[in-house]
Design a protein around this ligand. Structure first.
Ligand SMILES: Cc1cc2nc3c(=O)[nH]c(=O)nc-3n(C[C@H](O)[C@H](O)[C@H](O)COP(=O)(O)OP(=O)(O)OC[C@H]3O[C@@H](n4cnc5c(N)ncnc54)[C@H](O)[C@@H]3O)c2cc1C
Length: 479
């Protein structure tokens, strides 16, 4: 039953546990619909995995890791618009791929052509692939887009690509370049349906899906301060430094939660928006099975992401971002001078290299990783050869994202639970998305919609996907 077992949402007291994007999105949607919301976050800031730290050497706020959103992330875009932080992001319509030999390939689209034809000019410019490889990839993309659900089930992208006779070179130079960064896992392990989603939503269905949104200012400022202020102004009661220790009696319904300091909070409905690695600590074994008979969350594996922050004495590239093909370093982002502390503006140029699925590098000493990354940059950007590294920070988040394997797909849980006023949110729930900001916001909106929805009332969230072009609708029917 939706609506938290109560007929009306007006004035309903809702407790949201977890102040990441899922919890923040749920809280906003709930107050906008007349609920009284308390948001409990164990840390002393909101944002969860999206945040920044203070670098004492430069005095700058540095993001733990760059967070990229795409044009297809309709719920994330809705959330930043609703919270008034849209101007903190810059939209980029040109992607750059640097080939193994240093070829600079600009990827733009022809927006006047219907998707997926809009991609043809960009695709044609990927010169580090032979013409034969590009044609083989294009044919394979068409087959992927048309693949039925039954043919995708329990299969990894790697298995399917080999069945389609994709060569190791096309896997390394094309499929992995897109999929590893989008899904945070290797092609050999990622779920085929999620891989298909990346290509369909990001590239094949609509002309804007591939566009990239990058933050102009530190993420901690965007979500930890501006969005938090917006939530407070809307009436959300934000409790920072407030770890929730347990949920009271959980039977047909739940009624209260207990904080680590022993305080109790009663509620009419509860949204648990904590990560897969944290939810079990909140619940007794019997409570888990009450929420879901097939509780298997502890088996969901994590994947790591590493960000290498680099300060050089000069510019090594003026590109705002680029994908580095055939290297350990996967993406580079340039931090614009406006982001950098004024004291350093004249003296250093800051870049960030991101490596997804970096668990395979876990045993590599930091110095060795740095040497490899610098080697990659020198091979990609001639100006890097003369540049002097002034400072660096390596940040690896081992539980960055859940590993989007076919097994994990089966262990992700739906929003609704066996207890009528308890809901789950978070990127790891069954959002239909991989571990992304979009998946997190969508899951929060969905949980909120279940709390407030009344039988005769239309709740506008989550928002729908981007409208596909007429050609994409014909070529890639939904299944
Ligand atoms: C290094 C890295 C790079 C990434 N890059 C991208 C990217 O480029 N693009 C993209 O879309 N996504 C990216 N992601 C993924 C994205 O950050 C996540 O999918 C999203 O932020 C998850 O939000 P969430 O609200 O589901 O979970 P979280 O952000 O993990 O929020 C959960 C919150 O719950 C709190 N909590 C846990 N237990 C308790 C408790 N008992 N009581 C109170 N609070 C509790 C936690 O402190 C946390 O704040 C990246 C993630 C990482 C780590």
């Amino acid at each position: 039953m939706s609506g938290g077992c109560q007929p009306s949402s007006e004035g309903k007291r809702v407790a949201v546990v977890g102040g990441g994007l899922a919890g923040m999105a749920a809280a906003l949607a709930l107050v906008e619909n007349g609920c009284r919301v308390d948001l409990f976050e164990q840390k002393h800031r909101l944002g969860g995995r999206v945040g920044s730290f203070h670098d004492p050497r430069t005095g700058e706020q540095v993001d733990y890791c760059m967070h990229v959103a795409m044009g297809c992330c309709t719920n994330f875009l809705d959330f930043i618009r609703r919270t008034g932080v849209e101007d903190c992001f810059q939209r980029h319509r040109r992607l750059t791929f640097i080939g193994p030999n240093g070829d600079v390939c600009k990827f733009t689209s022809w927006p006047w052509l219907p998707a997926p034809l809009h991609l043809l000019p960009g695709f044609a410019r990927l010169r580090y692939l032979t013409l034969g490889e590009r044609l083989s990839i294009a044919r394979c993309l068409m087959r992927l887009g048309r693949l039925k659900a039954d043919d995708r089930r329990d299969k990894t992208a790697g298995e399917w690509l080999r069945e389609q006779r994709q060569s190791q070179r096309t896997i390394d130079r094309f499929w992995s370049v897109i999929l590893v960064s989008a899904l945070g896992e290797t092609v050999e392990r990622v779920d085929l349906s999620m891989a298909r989603k990346v290509f369909l939503d990001g590239f094949l269905r609509s002309a804007q899906g591939y566009e990239v949104l990058l933050p102009r200012i530190p993420l901690g400022e965007v979500f930890g301060r501006r969005v938090a202020d917006r939530l407070r102004q809307s009436g959300v009661g934000i409790h920072l430094g407030s770890p929730v220790r347990s949920i009271g009696t959980l039977e047909a319904r739940a009624e209260s939660l207990t904080l680590a300091d022993g305080r109790q909070f009663p509620f009419d409905a509860l949204i648990l928006a904590v990560p897969w690695t944290a939810i079990e600590r909140l619940l007794l074994p019997e409570q888990r099975t009450l929420l879901h008979r097939d509780w298997d969350v502890q088996q969901i594996e994590s994947s790591a992401i590493t960000a290498v922050h680099l300060w050089f004495d000069r510019e090594i590239t003026s590109l705002p971002h680029a994908a580095l093909v055939g290297r350990v370093s996967q993406w580079i982002f340039r931090h614009s001078p406006s982001e950098q502390a004024s004291a350093n503006r004249e003296t250093s140029e800051r870049y960030q290299v991101v490596i997804s699925a970096s668990q395979r590098l876990a045993d590599l000493p930091g110095d060795e990783l740095l040497t490899r990354v610098l080697g990659d940059l020198r091979s990609a950007f001639p100006k890097a050869k003369a540049a002097r590294l002034l400072h660096h920070r390596i940040v690896t988040e081992r539980n960055a994202v859940f590993s989007v394997t076919p097994e994990a797909q089966q262990r992700r849980l739906p929003t609704e639970t066996g207890v009528c006023n308890v809901y789950l949110a978070g990127d790891w729930t069954q959002s239909g998305w991989p571990a992304t900001m979009e998946g997190a916001v969508l899951s929060g909106y969905r949980a909120a919609s279940m709390v407030v929805q009344e039988p005769d009332q239309h709740f506008p969230l989550p928002v729908g996907e981007r409208k596909p072009s007429w050609l994409a609708r014909m070529l890639f029917p939904r299944h």
